[in-house]
Design a protein around this ligand. Structure first.
Ligand SMILES: Nc1nc2c(c(=O)[nH]1)N[C@@H](CN(C=O)c1ccc(C(=O)N[C@@H](CCC(=O)O)C(=O)O)cc1)CN2
Ligand SMILES: NCC(=O)N[C@@H]1O[C@H](COP(=O)([O-])[O-])[C@@H](O)[C@H]1O
Length: 222
């Protein structure tokens, strides 16, 4: 029986540190997947440099070159489909996607969001968590659905908020956990252990009633 290595297309908009975590996991033998292409909506995204350094095909599809969201997403869907990925990974991709595109990739599109969903959907999550006076914050990996940041959450990284935290300090603490949980969840999907069943994430055949939660001191599970 031939075992095929699942292929990924990763979408970015910026620094690409989550992309780098996936590249590093693959190079360490911890991610049985092939990153077929990295696509950015911003030509100046540093993540493009990270991809090129790793020998990964890159494309730029600048949203400013399109009349609107539907036209952009139609082109984006064609670019992604050209690589026939098993999984589309949003890694700091900063565009809200149309229902049509999300439904086209339903069950095979993941996102990492910098909050403990359902808290703080949308943008500026770290400053909002600080302003809310929460004692904990973190990140969530979820299946992407048309409703923004509302898809079934698979795993979360939990960090404390310290009294003297600034936004950049908290963001850095969260990103350290992002770089642990995203490769883990993508590995589960690549291993065929993770699926979306309706509106429920299923891991190892069991519906996830609650996300898998990791704290910094916890070892990364298999
Ligand atoms: N239909 C969906 N699209 C996207 C989802 C999703 O769950 N459903 N997740 C987001 C990722 N994301 C937060 O994790 C997010 C990205 C972008 C925005 C946003 O407001 N974008 C603005 C532009 C902002 C900018 O360019 O800086 C916009 O698209 O008008 C909110 C949340 C990815 N897409
Ligand atoms: N709403 C989407 C969003 O805010 N995503 C966040 O953007 C950062 C991207 O960093 P990276 O480009 O270094 O991976 C990450 O913190 C990710 O959670």
């Amino acid at each position: 029986m031939t075992v095929t290595t699942p292929s990924l297309v990763v979408l970015i908009s910026g620094s690409g540190s989550n992309l780098q975590a996936l590249i590093d996991a693959r190079e360490a033998g911890d991610l049985p997947a092939d990153i077929r292409a990295v696509i950015s909506n911003r030509p100046d995204a540093y993540g493009l440099e990270r991809a090129r350094a790793a020998g990964i095909h890159t494309e730029v599809l600048d949203h400013r070159d399109f009349a609107g969201r539907t036209a952009y997403d139609t082109a984006l869907q064609q670019r992604i489909d050209a690589h026939a990925p098993e999984l589309v990974v949003l890694a700091g991709f900063m565009r809200i996607l149309t229902d049509e595109l999300v439904n086209h990739f339903r069950g095979r599109m993941l996102n990492i969001h910098p909050s403990l969903l359902p808290a703080f959907r949308g943008l500026h999550t770290h400053s909002r968590a600080l302003e809310a006076g929460h004692s904990e914050h973190g990140c969530s990996v979820h299946f992407v659905t048309p409703a923004l940041d509302a898809g079934p959450v698979i795993a979360q990284g939990v960090v404390p908020i310290e009294a003297d935290d600034s936004e950049p300090v908290l963001a850095r603490r969260v990103r350290q956990q992002e770089h642990r949980i995203y490769p883990l969840v993508v590995r589960w999907f690549a291993q065929g252990r993770l699926q979306l069943d309706g509106d429920t994430a299923v891991l190892d055949g069991q519906p996830l009633e609650e996300p898998v939660r990791l704290r910094a001191a916890d070892p990364v599970p298999s």
